[in-house]
Design a protein around this ligand. Sequence first.
Ligand code: NAP
Length: 357
Amino acid sequence: MTTINPKAPIMITGASGYVAGWIVKNLLEAGHTVHATVRDPAKTKSVAHLQKIADNSTGTLKLFKADLLDQGAFDEAMAGCELVLHTASPFIISGFKDAYEALVRPALEGTRNVFASVERTPSVKRVVLTSSVAATYGDNIDSLKVPNGIFNESHWNTSSTVDHQPYYYSKTVAEREAWKLHAEQSVPNRWDLVCVNPGLVVGPALTTNSISASITTLQQFGDGTMRFGAPHLWNGLVDVRDVADAHVRAGLTPEANGRYIICGDTLSLLQMGSALRQHFGSKYPFPLVPAPKLAFWAIAPLFGMTRDYVSRNVGYKIGFDNSRSQRDLKIEYRDVRGAICEHFQQLLDDGLIKKKA
Ligand code: NAP
C-alpha cells in the first residue's frame, strides 16, 4: 500500500509524447502540479499543447529539460515528488540504422538514469514505468506456448534481440532492469514500482509533433501501403485515453502493484481496415483482402519487414488478459474501433493523411 500526497508534485518523463500528453492532461485537470520533463523545453511546438491545457485547468505545469542519456538530468524535476511516471522511450519501428543506439540504449540507460535519480530523491514513494505488451511476448507465434494464445502479466518476452524485434527488445530489457533496480533499492521498500504494459495505442493525439509508431501505423491505412491487401497480422490495441487513465490510477491507487496489461481488444490489420471502411466508406485504400503469407513473405523487405518477422508473426492470432487492470485499476475499456476512426479523422484534419473528396 502506497499513499501519494495529491498536493506533492508529480513528475512525468517524455511529457511531449503522444501517450504522455493525455496523462499530463488528466493530471492537470485533476488539479495536480506536474513536473514535466522534455528534451527541449524551448521547442515550443512540442510543448504548446501542454501549456494550453495548463492554462485552462486548475493544475500547474512546470517544464524541465532532461535527456535520457544525460546522467543526473532528472534530479531537478524529481525534487519533492512522491510519484514518478517514466514514459520517455523511443517508439519507432523503422528509419534507423543502428537499433541499439536508436532504441535499446535510450530505453535501458534512460531507465537506469531515471531510477538513479529516484534513489537520490528521498521523497519518491512510487514509480510507474510505461512498459508494453512487447515485454510479455516477442512474436505472435509465441501464442502457441501460452494457454489459449492469451498473454498475461506472468509472461515475459524471451525471443526478441537487438537484431530481431529491437523495439520489443528495448521494452523488455528496460522493464527487467526496472524490476532489478527496484529489488536492489538502498532503503528496502522505500519506493514501489508499478508497470503499465499497453498494447498498440490508438486514438486522437493532443500533439501533431509525435513520431510515435502509433501514428505511422494509422497513416499506412491512408497512404496506399495496404491497397492490395493486408497480411493476417493481429495486434493488441487500446485507446490512448484508457492508457492515460491506467497510468494515473496505477500511480494513485494505494493497492496498485506489479504489472498491468492495458489492452482493449485484439484486431487484425484487416479488421482495423474493415472498421475504417464502415466509417469512411471506400474512398481510402483500406485493405479489403488478406495478403497470402507466402507472397507477403517474398516481398516483405519492400515494406521494411524481415522475412523472419513474417514467418514468426503472420497468421498467428494473439490475445491479452486485461482482467487485472479491470479489477485493480477499474479500467472500463473504450471501443478500440471507435478510437481508430477518431484517430484516422484527426490525421485527415491535420493533413497527415491526404483527404479525398
Ligand atoms: P512518442 O510520442 O514518440 O513519445 C516518446 C517520448 O520519449 C517523447 O516524448 C520523446 O521526447 C521521449 N524520448 C525519446 N528519446 C528520448 C531521449 N533520449 N531523452 C528524453 N526523452 C526521449 O511515443 P508514445 O507512443 O507516446 O510512447 C510513449 C511511451 O509509451 C514509450 O515508452 C513507448 O514505448 C510506450 N508505449 C507506446 C505504445 C504505443 O502504441 N504508442 C504502446 C506501448 C507502450 P521528444 O519529444 O524529445 O522526442
